[in-house]
Design a protein around this ligand. Structure first.
Ligand code: ADP
Ligand code: MG
Ligand code: MG
Ligand code: MG
Length: 399
């Protein structure tokens, strides 16, 4: 930590001038800290006309939303920058462009996406981006395929797994997704009225066994370089465009975790919609969410299959039928991980605005119950749901 210091807005301006790659860096005049996340500082750096031009993001040596009592590795900034750089290499159209990274300061400079909007906010307001789901499927197929054993040389793959070791951030996921909701923990956060539903999670041994298997695969299956936190708040959208940001949880893990997180967040929105929009609009938006999930998965598998056909280097993995077999496993994992996301966002430390911003207490509680019931069901029957159509039929039972 020897050269580390916390950036001020002026530091961010100076840094952006030096490392932002702008033709007229002298026009940058001021910065504003806009971070709304749980962990880091994010500065928007503006020019003399008040237009935001460059983003400077710095990791803090502790969890921002908790304080200095929860220290956290600065190495996560390296993992975020290197994950995004690797993903940009394979899918530049859907990954934020990292322009510069400084390891001692844990600071990255990146492309300004102020003309985009965070997808979660748009989903909450009922703004539909018809291409977003298929673009997310394209992103996931490109980055997961090109960082997997289908594509990388076995030596390179192993070196990459080592480069992306991310124990402290993985531990957060391991605790928040797979432990806390299934035991009594001080980090848990849910209303008293939900107590009996949450107690039922702790007493459900079949559920806990299925969660154990999901956690075990998260620990041990280094299938591809995951984004690791691809919820709708890590995705910027604009008309016809989509870009992923915020990859500090990046590591080599089970390929189903990323699509599972994405699907889980579409389902959290699905559960919250009756409390967010008027009846008729909520019903239409729910149909859009189901169509989004279908679109995401179909694009993901079709693109992955095409890439595998054209680019698989390993002889055994190129065996006809193997890609389909692998994607079936990824699908079952994704359903299970989506279920854990529904549950942990409802009873664990970190919630989603899709449900928390519902103002009517009874309505919010009903949405939380639905998220829990759906999450539980998905975890328990993940391996029995063979395709998206069956999946959607299952989700419809929770309306
Ligand atoms: P954290 O890791 O703390 O969650 P994020 O990377 O998610 O930080 O960024 C927090 C917020 O900062 C985003 O929700 C967005 O509002 C803003 N932000 C982050 N990156 C950019 C960017 N490249 N362009 C514009 N705004 C950004
Ligand atoms: Mg974030
Ligand atoms: Mg965050
Ligand atoms: Mg983050």
């Amino acid at each position: 930590m020897s050269h580390y210091r916390t950036f001020t807005a002026d530091d961010a301006v100076a840094w952006a001038k030096q490392h932002g790659g702008l033709a007229n860096p002298e026009k940058l005049t001021h910065a504003e800290e806009v971070g709304d996340g749980n962990l880091n500082l994010v500065f928007k750096v503006f020019d003399n006309e008040g237009i935001s031009r460059i983003i400077v993001k710095q990791a803090l040596p502790y969890v921002r939303c908790v304080g200095e009592s929860w220290p956290l590795t600065l190495d996560r900034a390296r993992l975020e920058a290197e994950t995004l750089i690797a993903h940009y290499q394979h899918c530049p159209q859907h990954t934020v462009n990292i322009l510069h990274f400084d390891q001692p300061l844990a600071v990255m400079v990146m492309e300004d996406l102020s003309s985009y909007r965070i997808w979660r906010g748009e989903l909450i307001r009922g703004e539909y981006y018809p291409q977003a789901a298929s673009q997310l499927g394209e992103y996931l197929a490109q980055v997961l395929f090109h960082t997997s054993d289908f594509y990388l040389h076995p030596h390179q793959k192993k070196a990459e797994v080592a480069r992306f070791i991310n124990p402290e951030m993985c531990e957060i996921t391991e605790d928040l997704f797979f432990n806390d909701p299934y035991c009594q923990h001080e980090r848990n956060n849910y209303p008293a009225a939900l107590e009996s539903d949450v107690a039922a999670l702790r007493e459900d041994n079949d559920l806990k066994l299925a969660v154990s298997a999901l956690k075990h695969r998260f620990f041990s299956h280094a299938e591809a370089l995951l984004h690791g936190d691809i919820h709708s708040g890590s995705i910027f959208v604009a008309e016809g465009r989509l870009k992923a940001i915020d990859a500090e949880f990046g590591f080599f893990g089970p390929a189903g975790f990323d699509p599972g997180t994405a699907i889980g967040n579409l389902l959290l929105n699905y559960c919250g919609l009756p409390g967010l929009l008027p009846l008729r609009e909520a019903a239409d938006a729910r149909e859009q969410r189901l169509a989004d999930i279908s679109e995401l998965w179909h694009t993901f598998t079709e693109r992955f299959q095409t890439l595998a056909r054209e680019k698989t280097r390993d002889q055994a993995l190129g065996c006809p039928g193997y890609t389909s077999q692998f994607l079936k496993k990824v699908w079952h994992d994704a359903i299970g991980y989506a279920g854990t996301e529904l549950i942990r966002r409802t009873v664990g430390l970190s919630h989603v605005a899709d449900i928390d911003t519902i103002t009517d207490d009874a309505m919010r509680l009903a949405c939380q119950r639905q998220a829990l019931a759906l999450g539980k069901a998905l975890i328990l029957i993940a391996d029995k749901i063979d395709n998206v159509e069956e999946f959607i039929a299952r989700v419809r039972q929770y309306s």
